[in-house]
Design a protein around this ligand. Structure first.
Ligand SMILES: C[S@@+](CC[C@H](N)C(=O)[O-])C[C@H]1O[C@@H](n2cnc3c(N)ncnc32)[C@H](O)[C@@H]1O
Length: 222
């Protein structure tokens, strides 16, 4: 799993710089606006720093959680489409996404592939985001999210399972998948191989917004 960092120049600096260039003709006013811009940027940076600290604190809290299997890093739509195609997900399939984040995989599986789909996610806020998206896409009959722990679910009805988790977490869920899933069920893992398992197919997808190659591994339960 790769976690990337976005660095950007504060927006107020651009806004005020543009105003000064085109709207403010006098030098005095420009100096005034420049000072204002500096203050705004300073406040912006402090606020940003506070947000980053809050995010880190939440990640630390999660890391302490004995059942925490991965941070929330979304899979890009192009990669989702490639994985659904790799596993030939279709109408009649029941897809479970283990750690479903904002619900993007279950929604795409239902919308583009006409599958039924279930997400399992223990973050309450992400479950709420998912429920809103399900309603927005009118998928209430075919898609649902369970707020709960992956390690405590009954996965036996799934014909397809997707997981984007940390490598050591894949090792934790592997016995669960092996004992609960039916023969012929397909398992898709994003970025990392399931330790000790032999994949049936694998795929490498270049994705522009993350500027990297994403691996997808497909396994079939025997
Ligand atoms: C890497 S994200 C993947 C999100 C989504 N599947 C996707 O590919 O866009 C992993 C998700 O697993 C969730 N998660 C981690 N441990 C979990 C657990 N034990 N039970 C349920 N969800 C968990 C996290 O909150 C996070 O949203």
């Amino acid at each position: 799993m790769v976690v990337s960092l976005n660095l950007s120049i504060p927006e107020p600096v651009f806004t005020v710089a543009l105003m000064m260039r085109f709207v403010v003709p006098k030098l005095q006013s420009r100096i005034l606006l420049a000072s204002f811009s500096l203050v705004v940027s300073f406040v912006y940076l402090i606020e940003r720093d506070r947000e980053i600290h809050a995010e880190n604190a939440q990640q630390d809290k999660l890391l302490d959680h004995p059942r925490w299997l991965a941070p929330h890093v979304p899979t890009p739509p192009e990669v989702i489409d490639a994985m659904l195609k790799l596993a030939t997900v279709r109408a009649g399939d029941i897809l479970y996404d283990l750690g479903s984040g904002d619900g993007r995989i279950i929604i795409r599986a239902a919308e583009k592939r006409r599958a039924n789909a279930v997400g399992i996610e223990f973050d309450e806020e992400l479950c709420n985001v998912t429920r809103l998206a399900i309603r927005k896409h009118h998928l209430e009959g075919r898609v649902r999210v369970i707020q709960g722990d992956i390690l405590e679910q009954d996965l036996s009805e799934a014909s397809v399972v997707t997981a984007y988790l940390l490598p050591k977490s894949l090792g934790k869920i592997a016995p669960l998948l092996q004992t609960q899933l039916k023969k012929g069920a397909r398992v898709l893992s994003v970025d990392d191989e399931i330790p000790g398992w032999k994949f049936t197919k694998r795929l490498n997808v270049w994705e522009n917004s993350t500027a990297r190659n994403w691996w997808v591994f497909l396994y079939v339960i025997r």
